[in-house]
Design a protein around this ligand. Structure first.
Ligand SMILES: NC(=O)C1=CN([C@@H]2O[C@H](COP(=O)(O)OP(=O)(O)OC[C@H]3O[C@@H](n4cnc5c(N)ncnc54)[C@H](O)[C@@H]3O)[C@@H](O)[C@H]2O)C=CC1
Ligand SMILES: O=C(O)C1=NCCCC1
Length: 324
């Protein structure tokens, strides 16, 4: 009898679409799972090399490859992200992603999952975890810079975990920012578009930056004495979202210290120290004063995708018939 090969195993492969994933994943389940994986990561229980990035220069694209094995949960997956900021001009998403979910004991590919909602939701879930440990407990004003996929997932995730009275939005293109405010108006008593980043952040207790900016949009001089920032964009060394003053004022906590020092344009350019990983705080190894200015530098790490993909597999993958 012929042994199964990758190609004849394809007949058993599950293909899990974004609409299935969207209706499966909930922040209620995802946030604690992401908290656990960030803790596992900082406790050395995750095998995860730095992601590789291939520039596709003629098309202003980047191809990221991100893989991890969470040894304590025994879950293995690989995510590809094609980051093409100009894709919007063709009606496509700026991030086209797939997660390959493997059986760790054999390396057999069990499922290919669309990575769009996984990426949007696991990133927002990581920011929720950081906000839980780093923001003031009575935070009432949320500010979001950006009005794309991450801005939306962060608005939903943060308001599903904390109660904000006001949400202030800034976006480079005002009409898109105003449309975004209309979409999320049910999430707080006041949801308002602000024409400048200064107006959007000057009263904020929690700030999210989620843009493709290559120059600073958030300035230290505009921050309150006590504020928590979830910095989600600027994930490659040449990009910036935060100015040097902002970096100077904040204690920086990363998802991964190694990733932050290798990939974050804001940390590299400002020559800023990383105080610790959020997992070190979850694990009780470091305490951070919540009344000072804190910055969660989110690069996005593979173990977050591994965790989200495992939830999808457990809830729908195992049961689903082969094919879409
Ligand atoms: N930390 C993490 O785990 C992850 C980070 N990201 C990053 O988050 C950022 C936002 O991603 P998405 O919301 O998915 O993208 P998107 O394409 O849905 O939205 C992009 C946003 O950036 C704004 N923008 C574009 N160029 C700008 C500029 N030069 N200055 C200011 N604003 C500009 C757009 O108006 C829009 O609001 C990107 O930098 C992305 O690579 C994305 C996924 C995961
Ligand atoms: O973690 C991710 O997924 C990404 N991070 C940075 C930009 C591309 C996607």
């Amino acid at each position: 009898m012929q042994e199964p090969t990758t190609f004849n195993m394809v007949s058993r492969l599950k293909l899990i679409s974004n609409s299935v994933i969207e209706s499966t994943l909930t922040y209620k389940e995802l946030v604690p799972a992401i908290e656990k994986c960030l803790a596992n990561f900082s406790a050395g229980k995750v095998v995860q090399p730095l992601r590789s990035v291939v520039p596709v220069e003629p098309h202003n694209g980047l191809l990221f490859s991100m893989c991890a094995h969470d040894t304590s949960e025994d879950v293995l997956a690989l995510k590809n992200v094609a980051l093409y900021p100009d894709n919007h001009k063709q009606g496509l998403s700026s991030h086209l992603t797939q997660v390959l979910y493997f059986q760790p004991s054999t390396g057999a590919l069990l499922a290919v999952m669309d990575g769009e909602s996984i990426t949007a939701m696991r990133t927002a879930a990581a920011s929720v975890v950081a906000t839980k440990y780093l923001a003031k407990e009575d935070s009432k004003v949320l500010s979001i810079l950006g009005a794309g996929v991450q801005a939306y997932s962060h608005a939903k995730a943060l308001t599903s975990s904390f109660k904000f009275d006001k949400i202030f939005i800034w976006n480079r293109t005002q009409s898109t920012g105003e449309k975004f405010c209309e979409e999320i108006k049910h999430l707080a008593k006041v949801v308002k578009f602000c024409p400048s980043t200064k107006e959007a952040v000057c009263d904020a207790d929690v700030i999210v930056t989620a843009t493709f900016s290559s120059t600073p949009i958030l300035h230290g001089q505009d921050l309150k004495e006590s504020v928590h920032i979830n910095s989600v964009g600027a994930c490659t060394p040449h990009l910036r979202e935060l100015d040097d003053r902002c970096m100077e004022l904040c204690a920086v906590i990363a998802d991964s210290r190694v990733s932050a020092l290798a990939e974050s344009g804001d940390i590299i350019s400002a020559k800023k120290e990383v105080l610790c990983e959020v997992g070190n705080i979850i694990n009780g190894e470091v305490e951070v004063n919540r009344t000072r200015r804190t910055l969660f530098k989110s690069l996005g790490i593979a173990v977050e995708d591994v965790t989200a993909a495992n939830l999808v597999w457990e809830k729908v993958g195992k049961q689903q018939p082969v094919g879409f």
